[in-house]
Design a protein around this ligand. Structure first.
Ligand SMILES: [Zn+2]
Length: 234
């Protein structure tokens, strides 16, 4: 079987394969994926920080409420006429006053701590937001580069595909079908010459001699290892 036309087809197909590989393995695509992941993480972190801030704010409200309750108790105690109280009552009174003052002191400290916490949370939120914005900005830039690459390579691809359609007409139909099956499985090159007496020209796997003699009739045989079509060079 004459393989000249198929080999000519593969020669043009190699150019198409190159273009396809360029598009698939574009570094911008990889970068865009990484940036999308980064943005997603930053977004999750923002939500987490937002929840944290809300919890702290609730805590602050709670403490303010307790603070005002204690303050009210203190005010009502201070209004009392001390002269009318017995010594025992005065002792009790002093004890209660001390307890309330302690409470107020503690609450004030806690409020201060909460204020610090909320400031830190806010700082971290801003940092995360900046990270997210920067990732988004770079992502958009990457997308633009990918589009530019596509735009530049698409006409080249289309021209080669058209050329292949013409070349295909001169190739044996069964052989073409076998070729395309492998090509769709991302095997390339599809057709490779025999190496030495009985080795696959691509993966160097040793081929059975029975297959080699079969090749003389069929023109090509399949390498069982890499699935490529093997032919004998003139
Ligand atoms: Zn092989």
């Amino acid at each position: 079987m004459d393989l000249k036309n198929l080999l000519k087809y593969q020669e043009v197909d190699a150019k198409l394969y190159n273009v396809e590989q360029k598009l698939v393995s574009s570094p911008y695509k990889k970068k865009a994926n990484e940036l999308a992941q980064l943005a997603k993480k930053a977004q999750a972190k923002s939500t987490e920080l937002e929840n944290e801030a809300n919890n702290i704010l609730n805590e602050i409200d709670d403490m303010k409420e307790k603070f005002s309750q204690n303050k009210k108790s203190l005010d009502s105690i201070l209004k009392k006429d001390l002269d009318s109280l017995s010594v025992e009552e005065l002792d009790k009174f002093a004890l209660l006053k001390g307890k309330i003052l302690n409470n107020l002191n503690y609450l004030e400290k806690m409020l201060q701590k909460c204020a610090e916490n909320i400031n830190n949370t806010l700082l971290e939120f801003n940092k995360t937001k900046k990270l997210y914005d920067e990732a988004r900005r770079q992502f958009v830039e990457c997308k633009k580069k990918i589009e530019e690459e596509n735009e530049a390579l698409t006409p080249v691809k289309e021209k080669l595909e058209k050329e292949l359609l013409t070349l295909e007409k001169d190739v044996d139909k069964t052989l073409m079908a076998e070729y395309k099956k492998r090509r769709n499985d991302n095997i390339f090159p599809v057709v490779v010459p025999l190496e030495g007496k009985n080795f696959c020209g691509r993966c160097r796997m040793e081929l059975p001699m029975a297959a080699i003699s079969k090749m003389k009739n069929t023109g090509v045989i399949t390498c069982e290892h890499c699935k490529r079509l093997i032919y004998q060079k003139d």
